[in-house]
Design a protein around this ligand. Structure first.
Ligand SMILES: [Zn+2]
Length: 483
C-alpha cells in the first residue's frame, strides 16, 4: 500500500469490519457520558489494528485516544458515538420504535465515529507499508450531544500537539464546510422553596416550580432583545412530583448559544438576573450550575478545498434504486417542500444554483459539492469548535440521510443503520484518508493550513470556556468498572 489509490482500495476491500462496527453501535445506542459499550467497541477494533489506547481523557471514562506511529506530522481524526434519548427506531420507513422510550442514533454518530476509525486504520496501514514518518490519532469523543466532551478533553490539552485534524458529520449531501457554528453554555438553575400541602395550607408553601415557570416567562421576553444568532432553550428536568404537594425544589436546564464568547457571557449574565428575579418574586432561592460549554467553529479554507478535491476524485456516491425508494418512503412522512427548503436554508450561491436545482427534491443526493458556506454562521453548535481553535480543522458532510429527514429524528435513525448510512460513512472515510495522505506527503499544504489558522487566531489564542473548577461528569462505568 504505497499510493493514495492503494489506501482507497484497501478501504473498499475491508469495509465490512467498519460497517459491522457502525451497526453494533447503532444497535447499542447510549446517551451522552454513558457511551461505555460504544467507546469500548471502537477501542477494541483499533487495538486489534495495533493502536495504543489511552482512556479517561479529560477525566471522562468514555473518552479515549488511539495512536499509531512516531513523530510528526501528527494528524488527528475526531469521532463521536453518543445517541439521543427517546429516538429508538426500527430499520424501516415508518416511525416505530425498536424499544419504546429507548435512545436512538438520531444524529448518526454511530457513522460519525466509525468513519473516523476507518480513516485512522487505513492511514495507519499506509504509514506502515510505505515507511512514511508520522503519527495518526483517533479521538473517541463522548457527549457531543451535550456539547462538552471535546471541551473537557481540550481543557486537558489533548489536542495541543496536533498538526491538523479531520472530522465528518453524516448529513444529506457531500460537501466540506467553510462556515462557522455558534458556541454554547450549558446551565442548570435549581430553585429551592418551602413545601406545604397544596390543598390544606398552600399559603405556607413557596413553590420552586412557580419560580421555574416565572424564570421561563422572563427568558422568553429576553429572547426578543438579543442579536439574531443568539438562541436560548430549556427543558424542565424537575417540576415536582405530585400536584397536591408544593414543590420544594425544581430544576430547569438551559442552553444559551451565541457566536462570540463575550456575547455568551453577557446573555448568560442577563439570564441569571431573570432567575434572580423569579426567586425574588416567589421567595425562593436559586443556584446556577455551569455544567459545560463549547466554542464557536473556526473553519479552514485550505483544508476544505483539499477535502473537496479528494471527494471529486472519488466521484459521487452511487445509490441503488432500492435505496432511493427507501429514502423516498422516509421522505413521504414529511411535507414535500422539506427536501427543497434544505437547499434554501443553506443559502446556495448563484453560481451553484443550476447544479443544485438538478438534484433538489430527490430523496438522496450522492453528488459532491464544494463548500459554499464561507462567512456563514450556523445556529447549531458542536464541541468540534474547541478543537478548531487549537489546530487547523476540516469539517466534512456526507450523504447518509433522506433529504427531508428532520435533524435529531427517527428518520435519521432509519437510514443510519443500513446501506445508505454505510455508503455515506465510507465516502467520508475515503475522503478523510486521502486528505490525511496529502497532509503527510505535501508539507506545503500542511504549512498553508497552519498559516491560515495562525492568522485567524492571532491575538486570540484558545481559552477553554469551561472554568478549571468545573469537573467533567463522572458516571459509573459498567463495562470497565466504576471510575
Ligand atoms: Zn451530531
Amino acid at each position: 500500500m504505497n499510493t493514495k489509490t492503494d489506501m482507497i482500495e484497501w478501504l473498499d476491500q475491508n469495509d465490512t469490519q467498519f460497517i459491522e462496527l457502525a451497526d453494533a453501535i447503532w444497535r447499542t445506542p447510549e446517551v451522552a457520558w454513558h457511551e461505555f459499550t460504544s467507546s469500548k467497541l471502537q477501542a477494541v477494533l483499533l487495538e486489534e489494528h495495533g493502536f495504543r489506547i489511552r482512556w479517561d481523557v479529560g477525566g471522562i471514562s468514555t473518552a479515549f485516544v488511539a495512536e499509531w506511529g512516531e513523530g510528526r506530522p501528527i494528524i488527528g481524526v475526531l469521532g463521536e458515538y453518543d445517541a439521543l434519548a427517546g429516538l429508538s427506531q426500527k430499520l424501516q420507513t415508518e416511525q416505530e420504535p425498536l424499544v419504546e422510550g429507548a435512545p436512538g442514533h438520531g444524529c448518526g454518530h454511530n457513522l460519525l465515529g466509525t468513519g473516523g476509525v476507518a480513516t485512522a486504520v487505513a492511514v495507519r496501514r499506509w504509514l506502515e507499508t510505505s515507511g512514511t514518518r508520522g503519527t495518526i490519532r483517533y479521538y473517541g469523543c463522548p457527549a457531543e450531544e451535550q456539547l462538552s466532551g471535546k471541551t473537557f478533553m481540550a481543557r486537558e490539552g489533548a489536542f495541543d500537539d496536533l498538526d491538523a485534524a479531520l472530522n465528518f458529520h453524516p448529513d444529506k449531501l457531500n460537501c466540506p464546510s467553510k462556515g462557522s457554528a455558534v458556541g454554547v453554555y450549558d446551565l442548570v438553575f435549581r430553585f429551592r422553596g418551602r413545601t406545604a400541602h397544596a390543598g390544606g395550607s398552600p399559603h405556607l408553601g413557596r413553590s420552586a416550580l412557580d419560580a421555574v415557570e416565572l424564570m421561563n416567562v422572563g427568558a422568553n421576553y429576553l429572547r426578543e432583545h438579543v442579536t439574531e444568532k443568539v438562541r436560548i432553550h430549556y427543558v424542565i428536568t424537575d417540576g415536582g412530583r405530585l400536584p397536591n404537594v408544593v414543590p420544594e425544589t425544581a430544576d430547569v436546564w438551559y442552553f444559551v448559544r451565541a457566536h462570540e464568547r463575550s456575547e455568551l457571557d453577557s446573555v448568560a449574565e442577563r439570564l441569571k438576573k431573570v432567575a434572580d428575579g423569579a426567586a425574588l418574586m416567589t421567595e425562593t432561592t436559586c443556584t446556577c450550575t455551569f455544567r459545560g460549554a463549547c466554542s464557536n467553529v473556526l473553519s479552514n479554507v485550505v483544508l476544505a478545498d483539499a477535502q473537496y478535491a479528494n471527494m471529486e476524485e472519488l466521484g459521487p456516491i452511487e445509490f441503488t434504486s432500492d435505496e432511493l425508494e427507501y429514502a423516498a418512503r422516509v421522505n413521504s412522512a414529511f411535507p414535500e417542500e422539506d427536501a427543497r427548503t434544505m437547499f434554501t436554508a443553506m443559502r446556495v450561491p448563484a453560481e451553484w444554483r443550476d447544479r443544485v436545482s438538478g438534484v433538489c427534491g430527490r430523496p438522496l443526493i450522492g453528488e459532491n459539492f464544494p463548500a459554499w458556506d464561507e462567512e456563514q454562521i450556523s445556529t447549531g453548535s458542536t464541541d468540534v469548535g474547541d478543537v478548531s481553535w487549537i489546530t487547523p480543522l476540516s469539517m466534512l458532510r456526507t450523504a447518509c440521510f433522506a433529504t427531508a429527514s428532520p435533524g435529531h429524528s427517527w428518520a435519521i435513525v432509519a437510514t443510519a443503520g443500513m446501506s445508505i448510512g454505510h455508503k455515506g460513512m465510507m465516502h467520508a472515510a475515503k475522503t478523510m484518508a486521502a486528505t490525511a495522505y496529502d497532509l503527510y506527503t505535501k508539507p506545503d499544504l500542511l504549512a498553508a493550513a497552519r498559516a491560515e489558522h495562525a492568522r485567524a487566531t492571532e491575538g486570540h489564542p484558545y481559552s477553554c470556556p469551561i472554568p478549571d473548577e468545573i469537573p467533567a461528569p463522572r458516571v459509573a462505568n459498567p463495562v470497565r468498572g466504576v471510575q
